[in-house]
Design a protein around this ligand. Structure first.
Ligand code: ZN
Length: 239
């Protein structure tokens, strides 16, 4: 068994992903969330390093809806939410929607934050790449529509807008940037759910954290937010 990884001090409180998902299950027991009555929906970055979270959550809760775009921002829009909410189990009465949202950050074998050494490569690359590019061009606002290449960039520019809205000035480093992204995910998730008010027909639980990719170790999560919203839509902390 490998010794526990040494976590950078800035990521204090991080727990292994498997324990984080255990903790969510335990926290939801009093609210009668179980696989038979629950649809899980996950908002994580598109990076290949994050994607196992979908299968980890699926292994516990059943097939899982993908909410996320670059940086973990819920990017599915009205049509996507319409599909997601329509898929919540209803046979046993009031359904349950479990939302897990997380931006992510990497750590290299040398302990450098904000990068990972990836499969088949000799040099670390940024994690999260989308957040890294925002930091590199802070305050600039490239077009979200097509540029000269013909490619649009709406998701990245939405992420940029939401993250910049969380801060008064350019973040000092990758952790401040990633924490701002987590706040942006929480704020945007709350705004989107408020607009939809799904609690009229289902209970909703939202968990927000930061996914951490460590070298030679299970991914970890810094837990930040856990909340439950029942029939009246009011929010109850359940961390
Ligand atoms: Zn990313």
């Amino acid at each position: 068994m490998n010794p526990p990884p040494v976590l950078p001090a800035q990521l204090d409180g991080a727990v292994p992903l498997s324990r984080y998902l255990d903790d969510i299950e335990q926290a939801l027991l009093p609210y009668d969330f179980e696989p038979a009555n629950t649809l899980a929906a996950v908002s994580i970055c598109r990076d290949e390093l994050t994607q196992h979270v979908m299968s980890d959550v699926t292994g516990r809760w059943g097939a899982t809806f993908a909410l996320g775009g670059l940086g973990g921002i819920p990017a599915l829009g009205r049509t996507g939410w319409g599909a997601c909410l329509a898929h919540v189990p209803e046979r046993s009465g009031r359904g349950r929607l479990l939302v897990i949202g997380a931006p992510h950050v990497g750590v290299t074998p040398d302990g450098e934050l904000g990068q990972n050494l990836r499969r088949g490569q000799d040099h670390p690359t940024p994690t999260c790449g989308a957040l890294s590019s925002i930091l590199a061009s802070w305050g600039q606002h490239p077009p979200s529509g097509p540029d000269d290449s013909g490619l649009a960039d709406g998701e990245a520019q939405l992420l940029r807008h939401l993250v910049e809205s969380e801060l008064d000035q350019k973040p000092v480093g990758v952790i401040e940037l990633t924490r701002a992204a987590a706040s942006a995910v929480e704020r945007e998730m709350t705004a989107q759910l408020d607009a939809l008010a799904p609690w009229r027909t289902m209970d909703v639980a939202v968990f927000i954290g930061i996914q951490v990719h460590l070298p030679d170790s299970e991914d970890h999560v810094v837990p930040l937010v856990g909340q439950f919203r029942g029939p009246d839509g009011s929010s109850e902390a359940i961390v």
